[in-house]
Design a protein around this ligand. Sequence first.
Ligand code: FDP
Length: 329
Amino acid sequence: MPLSLENYLDDAANTPELKPVAKTLVELTRAAVKVQQAISTAGISHTDGSAVPEQNASGETQKALDIFADEAFLQAAKNAPVFSYGSEEQEEPVVLGAGELALAIDPLDGSSNIETNVSVGTIFSLLPVLPAHKVMACEAYRQPGNRQLAAGFFVYGAQLLLVLTLGAGTRIFIYQPKSGGFFLLNAETSLPGDSREYSINASNRRFWPSSVARYIEDLEAGEDGPRGRNFGMRYVGSLVADTYRILQRGGVFLYPADERQGYAKGRLRQTYEANPIAFCIEQAGGAATNGTARILDLVPDGLHARTPFIFGTQGEVALIAEYAGLPTA
Ligand code: FDP
């Protein structure tokens, strides 16, 4: 009999600090099931992928499902010991009052892919709330990722999956509609050490920093280049899908800073994208940097801070730092 998420949390979240985390995770899974159902019926209900005329905090057009997911996870946070709800879809953190956790969340990541029926997801991070954060909730989102108590992401795809870390390994749970629960898929996830795939939006090549361009060029040269072997390229453009593939097959993902207007720090968000993914990747034996520095040690300048983001197999991430002129250690 596979281990249920609830039983796993009973065992794993046995410290006073992790008890509220466990309660919150159970609420998040309930919201995720609702979102998965909404996605699977999109087009026949109001929650389709069509654009509605509103802008989110990043100035992107919100889609009906983004709003549905945001409302579902906000409700989940209200049912949990969460003090503040910091969402990609909201300009400022929503203060809920009682509770000792700050939730940073991208309720529907990869949503520009919705109408193409590829996997999308929800990425979340749980941080402690200190007395100063009760006065200024936005300060809770200026904590480095190494303070995260738990983090993970749901993948809404052929399977509904939860990738989760509480800081002692990364585990994958699968939703079973018959029993209505999440169950452990494998005891502990670890990134394959050998990397033969890379993931980057190559249409931005002309804007990349020269170190990134040189690294990718050397991969593309394959057997004839300095790497002496061939590499494959895979890029879904949905961060949860690209991350999940790397957890399964190894490889490296890059979203560097580039020269386009507004991309001086890349595209991805630190508090609700890079930090939680970096935590899961590190706990699975991989590495995550902004090109040179460890993601989890960076102090974000607020809920919607951006960061260049490179993660995957340790050796490749270290090599990319070498290309940028830094030691690998
Ligand atoms: P989306 O805007 O569809 O939510 O952070 C958002 C994200 O997708 C990531 O999921 C994805 O990795 C990235 O943007 C894709 O960006 P590009 O289209 O610039 O490659």
